[in-house]
Write a protein that binds this ligand. Structure first.
Ligand code: SF4
Ligand code: SF4
Length: 107
């Protein structure tokens, strides 16, 4: 359905969350989490803010902030496919919190 695809592509993070996450089964949520972690390894895992901190967790845009990372350096999230796919508009999730938390803080 090209119209729906087109609409999804341009939708905001909040609209995308409503469109997909609310309809996902527990299994799909688990798979989606694994996919985010996989993509994240290539970006957070190579990021100056992350490297050398001893942090091993990933997926901060989804899981929320790190309990270890405190010093803000460069953020590579903008290059991550998840960032584009979900139309995220923040940075430094590892320090600032998940995309959902940042979205709610704007209200
Ligand atoms: S947007 Fe950032 S925190 Fe989220 S998966 Fe990509 S690199 Fe990790
Ligand atoms: S959220 Fe951004 S700043 Fe934090 S580790 Fe990932 S890429 Fe680096």
């Amino acid at each position: 359905m090209p119209d729906e695809e087109e609409y999804f592509k341009d939708a905001s993070f909040e609209e995308k969350m409503k469109m997909i996450y609310s309809k996902m089964s527990e299994k799909q949520k688990r798979e989606s989490r694994e996919q985010v972690i996989f993509m994240c390894k290539e970006h957070c895992g190579k990021c100056p803010t992350y490297k050398g901190t001893g942090e091993t967790s990933l997926g901060f845009c989804m899981e929320g902030k790190s309990s270890i990372i405190t010093e803000k350096k460069e953020c590579l999230c903008k290059d991550c496919p998840i960032y584009k796919l979900m139309n995220l508009r923040w940075s430094h999730f590892c320090i600032r919190g998940s995309a959902l938390e940042l979205s709610q803080a704007e209200k």
